[in-house]
Ligand binder design. Structure first.
Ligand code: GDP
Ligand code: MG
Length: 193
């Protein structure tokens, strides 16, 4: 999953979003609450620091696309829909996200949940939201390095009770990243067939 050198391409306005949308590569949307680790995970999967990490929640506004050499693009959707931002900002986010999901170009959504927070209401909301658009989703449990070895079996079971199968990952330590890459490839292949 090598990346092309260009930085993330921002699609902050409807017009630019539409332009980016005309391109033919499938899109993998990375979604989840602010601070759940979306940008960090994208950087880890790309193997470079392309996406901005740890900025004030909701501050990254607009959708950013990151090219891979494997024929698809990641879309970093800021968690603005769930952050403490103004109504206007939220509506704008919702508009951009909706346009992307309606375009039929999102082959897969990586639905990120915090490994230590198995049942956040916002995560369930997001899950129904994706279902409503008919977007296939893969649940990914982030920040797995923060769980002690002895907590992991129970934590995973609890997460899977709520979200179905999850892939636990750590953008920090890199654990689970190869498994996630394999799962992404498997899902994309399944969708192509
Ligand atoms: N311990 C740990 N911290 C992480 C991990 N991934 C992200 N973080 C931290 O969580 C915060 C939010 O990360 P970010 O990628 O910006 O989240 P985003 O708002 O969903 O894009 C930052 O301080 C990151 O350093 C991880 O795998 N392990
Ligand atoms: Mg981010």
């Amino acid at each position: 999953m090598r990346s092309k050198p260009a930085r993330g391409e921002r699609a902050a306005t409807g017009r630019r979003e539409a332009e980016a949308d005309r391109r033919s590569e499938p899109v993998i949307a990375v979604v989840g609450r602010s601070n759940v680790g979306k940008s960090s995970l994208i950087n880890r999967l790309l193997g470079r620091r392309a996406a901005r990490v740890g900025k004030t929640p909701g501050k990254t506004r607009g959708i950013y696309f990151y090219e891979t050499e494997e024929g698809f693009r990641f879309a970093d959707l800021p968690g603005a829909g769930f952050a403490r931002v103004s109504r206007t900002e939220r509506d704008r986010w919702a508009g951009l996200a909706e346009e992307l999901f309606r375009s039929g170009r999102v082959s897969l959504a990586l639905r990120l949940v915090d490994g230590r927070v198995p049942a956040a209401a916002a995560d369930r909301e997001l899950s129904s939201y994706l279902e409503a658009f008919g977007v296939p989703a893969l649940a990914v449990a982030t920040k797995w390095d923060r769980l002690a070895a002895g907590e992991r079996v129970a934590a995973r079971r609890r997460l899977e009770e709520v979200h179905g199968a999850v892939v636990p990952v750590s953008a920090r330590s890199g654990e689970g990243i190869d498994e996630l890459r394999r799962e992404i490839r498997r899902r994309l292949k399944e969708i192509e067939e």
